[in-house]
Design a protein around this ligand. Structure first.
Ligand code: SAM
Length: 273
C-alpha cells in the first residue's frame, strides 16, 4: 500500500507536500475518469515514480527516462508500495534522445501525467516541453520540478519562454512546493474548479495542511500557489491574506441553478451515451 513512510524510505528528493498534492490530483484524475500513460524524466531511485506506479491502471504504461535507469532500485521501490509488475518502458538516455526513441505517433496525446525532473537546464526543459506537447492528453498534467528554484534559474525562465511562444499548448495551473503544474488551456477550468472546491480538503486527507493562494484572477496568469499552512491566511487566501479572487468571481452567479442542473443532466446523458 502506498504511504508517505514507504516513499520516504526510497532515496531521492521528492518531498512530503508534493506527495500529498500528487495524490490529491491523481485521485481527482481517477474520479474524473482521466486515463492515460504516465511519464517521468529523471527517475533516480524511483521515489516519485513509485507514486505514479501506484496509480497506474490496467492498460496504462509508465515511461521512465534517466541517463541510466536503475532497474533494481526501481523494482525495489515499486515492490515496497505494492506496485510490482507494472507495465514499464525504461529508457536509459538523455531526454533529448526521447523523440528518436519513442513512437510519437502512437503516443500522441496519450499521457495523463508527465513529471519533468531531469537535467534542469533551460535548453533541456524547453525541449522536454516540446515533447510534452506531443505526448500530453488534453486533460493531462505536466509537472516541472525546481520551478522557481533559485538553484536552476534557467529551468524557470525557459519554461516561461516556452509558454510565451506557445500560448495554446499549456497554461500554468499551480506553483507549489518547488514544482510547477501545467495543464492544457482547455482543461484549466476543470483543475481550477477542483482547486477552488476540494483540493485543500484532499491534501488534508493525506495529512498535509496547506494554504492555497489565489492572488490574481482570470484576467491574468490565472494560477494558484500552495504553501504550508499560514495561520493568518487560513486555507484559501488572496494577496496579503485579503479575500481571494475566487470570492470575487463567486459573488457573481455565472449560471442559474436551473442552468447548472440542465448542464449536469446533459453531462450525465453524454457520459452514459
Ligand atoms: C533530482 S533527480 C530525480 C529525482 C527523482 N524524481 C526523485 O523522486 O527523487 C534527477 C535525475 O535526472 C537524471 N538526469 C540528468 N540529466 C538528465 C537528462 N538530460 N535526461 C534524463 N535524465 C537526466 C539524473 O541522472 C537523476 O537521476
Amino acid at each position: 500500500m502506498l504511504t508517505w513512510e514507504k516513499i520516504d524510505a526510497v532515496d531521492g528528493w521528492y518531498g512530503f507536500h508534493s506527495y500529498a498534492l500528487w495524490r490529491g490530483l491523481l485521485d481527482f484524475q481517477k474520479a474524473q475518469g482521466i486515463r492515460g500513460d504516465l511519464f517521468e524524466i529523471g527517475v533516480w531511485r524511483g521515489r516519485s515514480a513509485a507514486v505514479l506506479a501506484s496509480y497506474q491502471e490496467e492498460g496504462e504504461t509508465l515511461y521512465l527516462c534517466d541517463l541510466k535507469v536503475d532497474d533494481a532500485a526501481i523494482r525495489t521501490a515499486f515492490e515496497s508500495v505494492g506496485a510490482a509488475g507494472r507495465k514499464l518502458v525504461a529508457i536509459s538516455a538523455p531526454s533529448s534522445q526521447l523523440p528518436g526513441r519513442l513512437d510519437l505517433r502512437a503516443l500522441h496525446q496519450s499521457v495523463r501525467w508527465m513529471h519533468i525532473d531531469g537535467e534542469h537546464t533551460g535548453s533541456a526543459v524547453y525541449s522536454e516541453l516540446e515533447l510534452a506537447h506531443q505526448l500530453a492528453r488534453p486533460d493531462g498534467l505536466v509537472v516541472i520540478d525546481d520551478f522557481f528554484s533559485p538553484r536552476y534559474p534557467a529551468n524557470t525562465t525557459e519554461a516561461v519562454r516556452y509558454l510565451e511562444k506557445n500560448p495554446f499548448h499549456f497554461r500554468l495551473f499551480a506553483v507549489s512546493f518547488n514544482k510547477g503544474y501545467f495543464c492544457r488551456p482547455e482543461s484549466l477550468a476543470k483543475y481550477m474548479d477542483f482547486a477552488a472546491g476540494n483540493l485543500s480538503e484532499a491534501l488534508l486527507g493525506y495529512g498535509c495542511k496547506t494554504t492555497l493562494f489565489k492572488t490574481t484572477g482570470a484576467f491574468d496568469t490565472d494560477a494558484i500557489g500552495i504553501t504550508g499552512f499560514v495561520d493568518e491566511a487560513g486555507r484559501i487566501a488572496g494577496p496579503d491574506n485579503d479575500p481571494h479572487y475566487w470570492n470575487m468571481l463567486r459573488q457573481q452567479p455565472v449560471r442559474s441553478l436551473r442552468a447548472r442542473l440542465r448542464n449536469a443532466w446533459r453531462e450525465l446523458r453524454r457520459r452514459q451515451g
